[in-house]
Structures are given as C-alpha cells and as structure tokens.
Design a protein around this ligand. Structure first.
Ligand code: SAH
Ligand code: TRP
Length: 328
C-alpha cells in the first residue's frame, strides 16, 4: 500500500465535490464578464484528452515532436546534472514523452519513482498502470488533482526530485498566475531538486496560428468540447455547432488566444446555476491563451519564482525550449 514500496502502484484522487463547484464557479464567474472566458482545465474530460492526443500527432502541431526530439537529445545530460531518482510530471496527460526521461534515469541507475499529476482521472490511472508494467521495480504514485491546488499532496521524495512540466502547458497560465504557480512549484522541489519546463518559443505568427487551427479541424473540435462539458456537467444548453473556433496570435503580448465565436445571437440556459447567458452575434468566449517565450521572458519568470536557469535546451530551428532550473 505505501508508495515507497518498490514496484508499488497507488493512485490518490484529490478531486471531490469542491471541484465540481470549481467548474460551476468558473462558469458563473467567466460567463458573466464583459469578455466571456473559461479556464482551459475544463477542456480535458475523457473526450477532450483524446482529442488533445490527436492534436499532438497533427502535422501543424510541431510542439510535441520537437519537444520529444529535444528530450531524446538531452535526457542523459538532464539526468547527469540532477541525479534524479524521482520524476514528478505535472499535467502528464498520456505521458508519451515521459519514457524518454524514465529511460535515461533507468540507464543511469537512479530511477525509483514516477509521480504523474493530472486532473484527468482516466489518464492518470491508465498511465500509472502502463508505466509500472513497462519499468520493472518502478514505484508509481499517481495524483488525480489540480496542479494549482494540490501540490502539497505530493509524497516525500525518495531522493533527488525532478519536476517535469512539459508540452508548453505553463504558457496556458495568465502572466500573474504563471509566476505564482512557479513559486509554488519551487517549494516542492526539496533539497537539490530541479524543474524541467517545456515552453513554446516566439516565432513567425503564421506557424503558431496553424498549430492552433489545423486543416483537419481537430483543434476546433477540441475547443468546442468545453461547451459539451458545461452542457453535461451543469445542465446547460449551448448549441455547440453554432460556435466557430478562432485562434489568433497577439504580437504585443506574445501569446496565442483560442476563442469560440457565436455564429449568431444565442441564449444559453445553465440549469445548475439558474443562470441565463446571452451571446450577441459574433461574440467571443476565450477558452485559452498559450504564451510563447523568449529566453528573457523565461529567465524573468524563473527569477521571479526564486529559480535559476541551469541549462536551456532547444532544437536546431529553435521552435521549442526545454529549460532545466533549480532553486537559487
Ligand atoms: N504533458 C502532455 C499533456 C499536455 S496537455 C504533453 O506534453 O503532451 C495538458 C495536460 O494538463 C492535460 O493532460 C490536462 O488534463 C492537464 N491539466 C490542465 N490543467 C490542469 C490543472 N489545473 N491541474 C492538473 N492537470 C491539468
Ligand atoms: N498546452 C497546449 C498548448 O498551449 C494546449 C493546446 C494545444 C490547446 N492546442 C490547443 C488548447 C487548442 C486549446 C486549444 O499548446
């Protein structure tokens, strides 16, 4: 039962009635503002997680394959510098790039435990089971929870801790909460711990916009999925097909925004909240921002969180970066 046992698998869930309230709170708060908005974590129910996996395979979505290439090139260096015995992965999803890090740790003989943390319950269970089967002797301690609220529930590290936050997910925080989140993350590193942070880099806006508005329409379906979630969970009656997917790069803020635009006027009833919401024709609902980084932005954010950059790994075309950082 105890997670420190060699080869043991446990999954703990910290989501409960409070978190259903969190969707309700977010919808109430977000849909009654002048610029309507919903936080991105509600995109990832079982269907949303599947659609996101499909996005990662799209030709336009260069992030996943580029980050994997960077990890394949530098994983041994990361392990040599950190001596990591434990890999904590925030927003682990289906953990496709994780094996590159686990292989390097296993190769160095340091690997003891993997701790996936995700709000998507189904993926944490699936990943915990799969990886414990693939890596003999690996302990897995899955955490079903919100990485903004449940990091205090991480088990005590068995040795040097490496916290990976991949996929550019850090870019999905608005700037203020991004630094607050990083400060919280710095606190769970323990002695000699490190962070491995994947960030998309500033580049030609056309390349970025294509990555969030693919030709096959998978991203559009992923974006609209959040309305299905609200319909199902809160008894709302969004006419999902009457919203179109919008993605545009804001050059000044260096981030891309995903929105859903009402094709026509639409009245929406959210039964569980006793709430009525009106959309004007062409009115937009913001569902996500994804910040793009420069070295300066990265160092600024890390410094504000009490972290120092150890190494910045990138690909030959400088599309994506993986940063290794530790507490100052
Ligand atoms: N790391 C994977 C998946 C990235 S997608 C990759 O690089 O491809 C973002 C993941 O973060 C999803 O699995 C989603 O369920 C999870 N996530 C989003 N917001 C979260 C939150 N607040 N707390 C925990 N997990 C979250
Ligand atoms: N973390 C991913 C990113 O910012 C999430 C993502 C990719 C996403 N494509 C999306 C979120 C489309 C909403 C819509 O790249």
């Amino acid at each position: 039962m105890e997670p420190s046992l060699r080869g043991a698998v446990v999954v703990r869930s910290y989501l409960g009635p409070n978190d259903e309230r969190s969707l309700a709170d977010d919808v109430l708060d977000g849909l009654t503002r002048p610029l309507k908005e919903l936080p991105p974590k509600h995109l990832y129910d079982a269907r949303g997680s599947e659609l996101f996996d499909a996005i990662c395979e799209l030709p336009e979505y260069y992030q996943t394959r580029t980050e994997r290439l960077i990890l394949e090139t530098f994983a041994d260096d990361v392990v040599a510098r950190t001596g990591a015995a434990e890999l904590v992965e925030l927003g682990s999803g289906s953990a496709t790039k994780t094996r590159v890090l686990l292989d390097a740790m296993a190769g160095a003989g340091t690997l003891e435990r993997y701790v996936p943390v995700d709000v998507s319950e189904s993926t944490v269970h699936a990943v915990a089971e799969m990886l414990s089967e693939e890596y003999a002797g690996l302990s897995v301690h899955g955490v079903v929870g919100d990485f903004e609220r449940h990091l205090s529930h991480l088990p005590a590290p068995p040795g040097p801790r490496l916290v990976a936050f991949l996929g550019g997910t850090i870019g999905n925080f608005p700037p203020g909460s991004r630094r607050r989140f990083l400060r919280g993350l710095a606190k769970v590193l323990g002695d000699g711990g490190h962070v491995l942070l994947g960030t998309d880099l500033v580049k030609d806006p056309r390349v970025i916009e294509a990555a969030y508005d693919d030709g096959a329409g998978v991203t559009a379906e992923f974006n609209r999925n959040v309305l299905h979630v609200v319909n199902r969970e809160l008894g709302a009656d969004f006419d999902v097909d009457a919203f179109e997917h919008v993605a545009f790069y804001d050059r000044r803020r260096e981030w891309i925004e995903m929105r859903l635009r009402a094709l026509d006027v639409q009245h929406v009833r959210v039964e569980a909240l006793d709430l009525d919401v009106d959309f004007a024709a062409r009115e937009e609902l913001r569902t996500e921002i994804s910040a793009k980084f420069t070295r300066e932005r990265l160092e600024g954010d890390l410094a504000a969180a009490g972290l120092a950059l150890v190494e910045l790994y990138t690909d030959p075309d400088e599309l994506f970066a993986v940063s290794l950082a530790r507490r100052r």
